[in-house]
Design a protein around this ligand. Sequence first.
Ligand code: NAD
Length: 360
Amino acid sequence: MQPFEYTANPGRVVFGSGSIKKLGDEIKRLNKSNPLLLSTPQQKDQVQALESILKDASITPAGLFSEATMHTPTHVTDKALQYTKDSGADCVVSFGGGSTIGLGKAISIRTGLEHVCIPTTYAGSEMTPILGETADGKKTTRSDPKILPGTVIYDVDFTMTLPEALSATSGVNAIAHAVEALYARAGNPVMTLFALEGIKALASSLPIIVNNPKDVDARSKAQYGAWLCAMCLGSVGMALHHKLCHTLGGSFNLPHAETHTIVLPHAIAYNAPKIPEVMKQLADVLPESDGDTIKGLNILLTKLKVKRGLKDFGMKEEDVDKAAEIAVSNPYWNPRDIEKEPLRETIRRCWAGEEARADL
Ligand code: NAD
């Protein structure tokens, strides 16, 4: 066995249907009593339901700030910080996907307030010490152990309303974290266990959810898988897939989960010649792959009925060259060197919505 290093991220997880009822206890466990609730405008009604749960634990929220926005714009954070100060909150509770959790992290790192997360998508931000923020149209990312939320409540009941299409893409976004952990430079056997179990749980549950979004067992399995994949994202460095999605999302204003879904099979196909062992491990956990990871992924995405082309989200053909330029201009570690021509063709295939092929 190869030598390795493994650092476990601290953090408490409370998992299961109805676990939201423990929110009051979790806040008291932190010796806090005055939480500020956070959500997007779309989830304001859902987060309001927490008020009665907290009331049962004799806790009155300091307030509700429901303006969380994708990519954590700093002007929203500034407004939320003022609201936090005025409300006298002694901790923050973020309820939602990566956008709301991002706002919770942005407040927590600036104020030192404890952060309790209630994730309602599969994106995985709750398990990472990473914060991406946007100022003047530019997204920057930083990592700091203090950004990692201290408590996470995974209550499947709040994922039941996640629309089928977003469930599918958010789930593939989670799978992507685990895939890149399998060949990460700082990878280790523990992460590999999490990654393969997480991918297996998601690949088997997402097709069920797309056909029956109210299937609680499939939803629970998907949330369990998303948690494991999120731990991978929070523990080891990512490579081509995440960097490419970051470039494409940031430069061409493409939606987060949908972009990850389109790029994943193509990024794996690009890296395939350098990761034969990982290709075998992946094929083993992808249903109907017949030993072929790319085939397994193509079948999964077909079952999930997701859009396959970046052009479907407004990217222009002339942006393919621009994206390739940006992608090679910022060097980073990847199992295969970043070569401009094959990478350009990879991006073109993503743009056109072609099936991935490991022939570059
Ligand atoms: P999101 O948080 O932007 O949510 C998308 C939409 O779905 C929002 O309108 C939201 O209110 C709604 N929604 C969420 N859960 C719902 C539910 N259960 N029912 C109904 N509607 C629901 O989407 P996301 O993909 O979770 O997060 C994307 C953002 O998170 C991006 O900015 C991305 O960069 C960031 N992110 C950060 C990390 C990290 O580690 N820092 C990790 C993953 C994602």
